[in-house]
Design a protein around this ligand. Structure first.
Ligand code: GLU
Length: 506
């Protein structure tokens, strides 16, 4: 195999959907696996849909995930330029070449004329297609004489260049994911290759660039599979079949219920982002949430995306970006659409949160605390984080799990009070307080030993003491080990909370 060169070729029409990011990742992994090059090409030939901010967004998303390009936009390289708008001149020449070799033709039909054809077909309950059966009745260089064509071109009459599909040919294609795909040419229309605005369409620019950039494998979403017959036919028409890339069309990412393609609306409905980074629509100002801002780790994101359409065929689920290329295999990419599972996404984040170094989590959590106006020593924050992290999926969950460390309860869960606060409880808590006063050092282990011994000796009952004590320290029935909570709060604070609680509840 010649040196692997793959490309991610997004159109900058808006924020990158996670489906696009998954395509980028699979290209990246394939390149890494084969010691190849991962290229970023920006396909900005559609001027009407162009969004200037999108390119930066795409790059920032790749970089956040740690899968920035080796070559192309943002990285440079000697097969550029890598923005199609900067390659404009070449496409006209290639279109010309196809016209001269009889694989394409100039079509002068006006939008009105085309509309007319469509309505006429509709009246007969048919759909109009510009193809071998109709092209001979239209205004194009196949039906006009050369002088007329030349005159129209010279006088600046708008025209497009269309591909001329042979009428009866079976187009046979190989796809790494789907195997052999066959299509009859008569079911295809004469697609526009070059537009009247002087820009190529996606099809022409894409094939020309893949050829010029020596792309060996085209890995992209399934939505491009219908374009494959045209692309393969273009390679043939140009005489490039020998160097044609191999194709792999990745399965769609589906809504959680599997009914259709995952859209931004599904994300809004299900409360999960469908974009890697937050995106503010430059026109409407509407803000869409991003994985980064929702508190996902980039490592988790990569892991989530890797399993959308691929799996290693083993039990292993946690993969770092460094490990993935080894096991990743396009042969193991499934044909069936991959359902997006939000709970599973959270599960991945949970796993990465458990793996993250405590100091890193503590630093992130300090920002949350600062927003709440809470001040605490770095040592305490770290201790708290270590104690409650196993209950959190996101750094932001840490607050919910630990706010009582930083703020003494202002009220007490009524249900718990009803169940756990008995007439004899204040006395019990006073006795506990007396005991705690004398415990030194005030460590979880030590407190546990002393308190348990006392409970046993005085026959207080474990539940009676512990539940009420938790209520006074936490304000509710939640939280991790009480002895650890006590140690982190410190003796003074623990005694204070017991005192306050007794006064308030009695
Ligand atoms: N510009 C196309 C897109 O936006 C690229 C498709 C391809 O990879 O061929 O997805």
């Amino acid at each position: 195999m010649s040196k692997v060169r793959v490309r991610f070729a997004p159109s900058p029409t808006g924020p990158l959907h996670i489906g696009g990011l998954r395509t980028a990742l699979f290209n990246y992994l394939f390149a890494r696996k084969h010691g190849g090059t991962f290229i970023l090409r920006i396909e900005d030939t559609d001027q009407a849909r162009y969004v200037a901010e999108a390119e930066n967004y795409i790059l920032a998303s790749l970089e956040w995930c740690g899968i920035g390009p080796d070559e192309g936009v943002g990285a440079g390289g000697d097969m550029g330029p890598y923005r199609q708008s900067e390659r404009k001149e070449r496409y006209a020449e290639y279109a010309d070449r196809l016209v001269r070799s009889g694989h394409a033709y100039l079509a002068f039909d006006t939008p009105e004329e085309l509309d007319q054809q469509r309505s006429a077909a509709e009246a007969e309950k048919q759909t109009f297609t510009y193809d071998a059966t109709t092209r001979n009745g239209m205004n194009n260089s196949l039906t006009m004489d050369g002088a007329k064509v030349q005159q129209l071109v010279e006088s600046g009459t708008p025209y497009v260049v269309r591909f001329k599909f042979p009428p009866n040919e079976e187009i046979v294609m190989q796809d790494i994911v789907r195997g052999e795909v066959r299509v009859e040419s008569r079911t295809l229309d004469d697609k526009i290759l070059f537009k009247s605005d002087g820009m190529p369409t996606y099809h022409l620019a894409n094939v020309v660039d893949d050829h010029e950039m020596e792309i060996t494998h085209v890995i992209r979403g399934e939505e491009w599979l219908p374009s494959l017959p045209l692309h393969v036919s273009l390679y043939k028409a140009f005489g490039w079949t020998d160097s044609m890339p191999q194709f792999a069309h990745l399965p769609l990412i589906l809504k959680p219920d599997g009914k259709g393609k995952l859209s931004k609306r599904d994300g809004d409905k299900g409360g999960f982002p469908v974009f890697p980074l937050e995106w503010k629509d430059p026109k409407t100002g509407e803000v869409s949430s991003g994985y980064r801002e929702e508190g996902y780790f980039p490592e988790a994101c990569i892991n989530i995306l890797a399993f959308l359409g691929w799996n290693p065929g083993t039990e292993k689920e946690l993969y770092s970006l460094e490990e993935l290329p080894h096991d990743f295999d396009l042969q193991k990419v499934g044909k069936a659409g991959a359902k997006f599972d939000h709970d599973k996404a959270r599960w991945f984040n949970h796993q990465y949160l458990q793996q993250a170094p405590g100091e890193e989590l503590a630093t992130s959590f300090e920002k949350v605390l600062a927003e709440k106006g809470v001040q605490a020593s770095p040592e305490m924050v770290l201790e708290v984080v270590q104690l409650v992290r196993e209950r959190a999926d996101f750094v932001s969950d840490l607050w919910e799990q630990s706010s009582f460390f930083f703020r003494a309860p202002e009220s007490y869960d009524e249900k718990v009070v009803k169940k756990r606060w008995k007439e004899s409880t204040p006395e019990l808590m006073r006795a506990l307080s007396d005991l705690l006063q004398h415990i030194d050092p005030f460590t979880a282990e030590h407190i546990e030993r002393e308190v348990k011994a006392e409970i046993e000796a005085r026959e207080w009952g474990m539940g009676a003491v512990m539940n009420a004590w938790r209520l006074l320290l936490v304000g509710a029935a939640q939280g991790p080990s009480l002895f650890h909570i006590a140690e982190i709060l410190g003796k003074e604070e623990v005694l204070k909370r017991i005192e306050t609680g007794i006064n308030r509840l009695s």
